[in-house]
Structures are given as structure tokens and as C-alpha cells.
Design a protein around this ligand. Structure first.
Ligand code: FAD
Length: 533
């Protein structure tokens, strides 16, 4: 199977057969960025690998992040230099793999005094040294006149300076999909809607997993020399499948983001704003909207896939905006979309979520299940290496050395010139500049073959194309309307014009591609509309 078809719904029964037939070197539980990174690295380094995802790929935390490929400046202040160095260096690597999914952007950090600016500059200079940032990408300082010209949205009575530095913006769920497609292209067997509910144990050693196909109800046994638990916020639940008494490892922390129309929050750059409780939040303009986040609060509500967004969470973000920006006060009823995710942090008793390190940890259970917990989206490649080295040790696997060369992800085989990609889409396919820019960012060099399937907008005035629904199903493994709307086109978050209006059109297209009857189509529409509300 190629990267162009391996996730397609039409290959599902062949994948189920393969999963039952083969004995794999490793089976990965969880199709977020951590599991996807492990599957790709394993397949590229010569292992046979299967991956099972309970819901849709990236349906957990890996579609609800702030979507930054970053080292996390604030972790420097926490003394996590090794973590910052590793993730800061990873920025360039991910850019090398998929320049369309690691867009370099300026991030503006306001300072209220000259002393504050000097402190900030020192921290950013250290960050840049750790991340080996090149001359042209190094930070710059803005005084009052530059602030007025470059970022007039900032409140100017108290904010007189800013330090501006480079970070990289991704699309988290699209990064997961590209990584999974790369894994499949290198031979991995992948299945979504396949929840693992049992670890197979032979002679006291984990020998595979049992799972249920959420589409057909078929139960499968997947045999493997090593079982890897990459279930993000659910790693503790999966650990209990191996050891019912396994003590919890995680402290879950909830983070929400809200989306506002760009007309009400006309930021030109990405911003960091300080909150009243001495944290900071991001303001990120993207595709004609601006999203703002995040909160960081201990979460006791179990392991929900959709943690609730409380009014207090929204007010906390809006209060910070209203205190730092020169716009008319923003109100909760102006929020057009929102998402919440759970951070799977390694518990550090007595610490508040924002004080807990974002480090990862690999541990081995009593029958040899290898669990990877914690970490960040940005660190998915080093996390994959660490996990596989442990898996190779535990199960005596023949893991080849890491690849010297960066193997681009699907769509990532270009030099980073998004303007050239976008220009070619305008010339060759007659797309508007806005639609072409968005397509280039979402699909990289694959945007052209997608546009060859048709350039009709999903709904009038939207930059989302109907052919993206076909692509989502035939190339990116979407099985349900929610998969398309939330994690492929991302209409639910970034596209107010298609958020509700695109639901029926997408469902119609999916029904014809997947053979849904009217009852199924209506149920899918109702489900997504309920979630959007
Ligand atoms: P998940 O993405 O949750 O994936 C785990 C998967 O396992 C899920 O899809 C789930 O369905 C599946 N699963 C669970 N149980 C089973 C089972 N029994 N069988 C099969 N599958 C199962 N990091 C950054 O680098 N940059 C950021 O800007 C950033 N911002 C963040 C903002 C917020 C609000 C949050 C919450 C996190 C942020 N992070 C960020 C951290 C980052 O998003 C997470 O570290 C990362 O997405 C976790 O990925 P994961 O694959 O481990 O977990």
C-alpha cells in the first residue's frame, strides 16, 4: 500500500485481515502524535509495526493543542534546560520534514518596562542559543513606534516595548495524519476505530492485544513481540489492562482555547500575553480567525474525550485579552468556537499543573508492556526514539540505527517556499489567492493533486473545497463526519462560514463515498451539530 491509500476506508477489511494474520515486532496502542511518531520511526528503522486507535486518529489531545512547534520559553524559567534544548532543536527538524506543517511566524512578547525587556531578551537569547537559531531568524526588539506600526492591537498606555522572536505554527491533527501516512508508506498497518480492550499474555509476557473494530464489531487479536502503550491521557487506563493494580502515573490538566473573528481581534502576529495569575497565554491569528489559549487547570473529570468548557475558562481568557489589548471589550457571546484538551502530565505530588514539568517518561510493566507518558507534541521524534530503544531492549528487537537523512512527510518534499506553492495553485487551478494559501499550508506539495480532483467550494464563499472531503476519506482515513469536520478540514474551528453550513454538504459527499443510507447520514449530521452547539 502507498501513502496515498493506506489509510483509506476501502482498505479497512484488508488491514483487519493483515492485523490478524501477521505477528508484528510491535503493536502501538494510540493514534495521537506519540503513537504516530513511534509507528513511523519503527517502520523506517526496519520493524514491522501495527497501530490501533480507539477513535479517530488525533481525536485526543493531539487535535486540541496550541499548535506550536516550540521549546516553551517558560520552561527555561522552570529550569528544564534539557527539555527546552531538545524541543527547541526539534523545530528545525520538523520544518525539514514538513515545512507546510511548521510555518515560521514572529511571536511578539510585550514588556511593560525597559528592565522587563532586558530580562526577556536574555531569556530569548538563551533559548535561541539552545535551539541553534540562525542569524536571520534571531529576535528583534520593538520600541513604542515599532509597536504602533507593527502591532497596533496591543494596549499602548502600559506596553512600551516588545521582544519579537521566531516560533513555528503547525496544524496538530494534520501533522499526526501526515506522520501516520509516512508510517503506512514504510509498511505499518494502521487502524482507527479499533479500541484495545485486552493485552494478550503468554508465559507471563505480553504477546499482543485484542481489539474491537468500531465499524463492523469484528474482534481481532493482534500478535506482537512488544506492546507499546502510547494512549496519552489514557495511558493509566491501558496500564490497568496489564496490571489491574497499577498506580496512576498521570496528573491530567485541562487546557481550553477560544476562537474569535479576526475583525474583533485584529492581531497581525502571534502574541504572548501575561495573565493576572502570572501565567501567559497565546493569541494566534490563522485563516481569518484568531484563537486564544490556553488555560491550565487540574482535571478530575475522568478520561472524557470531550472535556467540558466552563464559562470561567472563557472569562479567564477574555479578561486577559481585555486587559492587554486596545479593542472594545470582548464578550463570551462573541466566541465562535472553542476546544478543550487534556495534558497527560507526569504527576509531581504537591505541584500545580503549570509547575509540573512537560518531560516524558518511558516505563515497563510487569509483563513487558512499554508505556510512554507525558511529553509534548514538539518532542514526538525523540520520544519515539526513546520508546523504541526501550522496546528493542525489552523484546530483543532488531532495531536499525536512526536514519541520518530527514525523510519528508507526505506533502513535505519542498524547500519551504509556501508562496511559490500557492502561486502555482492559483495559476494551474484558478484558485483564489486565499484558497490557494490555505491549501498549500494544509497539504503542502499534495495540494495540487487534491485540487486536480475539483476546485468547487464546499459552501459558497468558503476556502474549503468539496474535493477535500474525498481526500479525507480516500487518503486520510476519515470514517465519520466528525473526523472530517474536526480533524481534516478543521471547519469546526477555523472556518465560521462552513462550521454549520458545511455540515450537510460534507455529509452528503461522505454518504456517496462511503455508501451511507439516509438514517446514517442524518445521524452523522445530528451528532456534529450537537457537538458544535
Ligand atoms: P493523544 O493525542 O491524546 O493520543 C492518545 C490516543 O490514544 C487517543 O487518540 C486515544 O483515543 C487513544 N487511545 C486511548 N485508549 C485507547 C485504547 N484502549 N485503544 C486504542 N487507542 C486508545 N505540545 C506542543 O508541543 N505544543 C503546543 O502548542 C501544545 N499545546 C498544548 C495545549 C493544550 C491545551 C494541551 C492539552 C496540550 C498541549 N501540548 C502542546 C501537548 C501535546 O498536545 C500533547 O503532549 C500531545 O498531543 C499528546 O499526544 P499523545 O499522542 O500522547 O496523546
Amino acid at each position: 500500500m502507498t501513502t496515498a491509500s493506506a489509510l483509506a476506508a476501502s482498505t479497512r477489511s484488508a488491514v483487519l485481515d493483515r492485523l490478524e494474520r501477521e505477528t508484528f515486532d510491535c503493536v502501538v496502542i494510540g493514534g495521537g502524535i506519540t503513537g504516530a511518531g513511534i509507528a513511523r520511526e519503527a517502520a523506517l528503522r526496519g520493524l514491522s509495526v501495527a497501530l490501533l486507535e480507539a477513535e479517530d486518529y488525533a481525536s485526543g489531545t493531539s487535535s486540541r493543542s496550541s499548535k506550536l512547534i516550540h521549546g516553551g520559553l517558560r520552561y527555561l524559567a522552570m529550569g528544564d534546560v534539557a527539555l527546552v534544548r531538545q524541543t527547541a532543536l526539534e523545530r528545525k527538524k520538523i520544518y525539514g520534514l514538513a515545512p507546510h506543517l511548521a510555518e515560521p511566524r514572529w511571536l511578539v512578547v510585550p514588556a511593560r518596562s525597559r528592565a522587563g525587556l532586558l530580562k526577556l531578551r536574555a531569556a530569548i537569547a538563551t533559548y535561541e542559543r539552545l535551539g541553534a537559531v540562525e542569524e536571520q531568524d534571531r529576535h528583534r526588539n520593538w520600541g513604542r513606534s515599532e509597536l504602533e506600526a507593527e502591532e497596533p492591537v496591543l494596549e499602548r498606555r502600559h506596553i512600551a516595548h516588545a521582544c519579537v522572536y521566531r516560533e513555528y505554527l503547525t496544524d496538530d491533527s494534520r501533522l499526526v495524519l501526515a506522520t501516520l501516512r509516512a508510517a503506512a508508506g514504510a509498511g505499518a498497518a494502521l487502524l482507527n476505530l479499533a479500541r484495545v480492550d485486552r493485552i494478550l499474555v503468554e508465559g507471563e509476557r505480553a504477546a499482543g492485544v485484542e481489539a474491537c473494530c468500531g465499524e463492523s464489531g469484528r474482534r481481532i487479536r493482534v500478535r506482537a513481540r512488544c506492546v507499546i502503550n502510547a494512549a496519552g491521557p489514557w495511558v493509566d487506563a491501558v496500564r490497568t489492562l496489564e496490571d489491574a493494580g497499577a498506580p496512576p502515573l498521570l496528573h491530567l490538566s485541562k487546557g481550553i482555547h477560544i476562537v474569535l473573528p479576526a475583525a474583533r481581534l485584529p492581531a497581525r502576529n502571534m502574541l504572548i500575553l501575561n495573565t493576572a495569575d502570572r501565567r501567559s497565554i497565546f493569541v494566534i491569528p490563522r485563516h481569518g480567525v484568531v484563537y486564544v489559549g490556553t488555560t491550565d487547570t487540574s482535571y478530575e473529570g475522568g478520561h472524557d474525550l470531550w472535556p467540558a468548557i466552563e464559562r470561567d475558562d472563557v472569562t479567564y481568557l477574555l479578561d486577559t485579552l481585555n486587559a492587554n489589548l486596545s479593542v472594545d471589550p470582548l464578550h463570551p457571546d462573541e466566541v465562535i468556537a472553542a476546544w478543550a484538551g487534556l495534558r497527560p502530565l507526569i504527576a509531581e505530588p504537591g505541584k500545580a499543573p503549570q509547575e509540573i514539568s512537560r518531560r516524558d517518561e518511558v516505563l515497563v510493566g510487569p509483563s513487558g508492556v512499554v508505556t510512554i507518558a507525558g511529553g509534548k507534541l514538539t518532542g514526538f521524534r525523540p520520544m519515539a526514539r526513546e520508546t523504541l530503544e526501550k522496546a528493542a531492549e525489552v523484546a530483543d528487537l532488531d532495531l536499525a540505527p536512526p536514519l541520518e537523512r530527514l525523510e519528508p512527510l507526505p506533502g513535505g518534499d519542498f524547500d519551504g517556499d509556501l508562496a511559490a506553492l500557492s502561486g502555482a495553485l492559483v495559476t494551474e487551478h484558478g484558485l483564489s489567492a486565499e484558497a490557494a494559501d490555505r491549501l498549500a499550508l494544509c497539504y503542502g506539495t499534495e495540494a495540487s493533486s487534491l485540487a486536480s480532483r475539483g476546485t468547487e467550494p464546499l459552501v459558497p464563499g468558503s476556502t474549503i473545497l468539496t474535493s477535500e472531503i474525498d481526500w479525507a476519506v480516500e487518503v486520510e482515513g476519515a470514517l465519520r463526519l466528525e473526523d472530517v469536520h474536526y480533524r481534516r478540514t478543521r471547519a469546526a474551528f477555523y472556518h465560521p462560514e462552513a462550521r454549520e453550513a458545511g455540515v450537510a454538504a460534507s455529509a452528503e459527499r461522505m454518504a456517496s463515498l462511503l455508501g451511507w443510507d439516509d438514517a446514517r447520514r442524518e445521524a452523522e449530521v445530528a451528532g456534529v451539530l450537537r457537538r458544535l452547539a
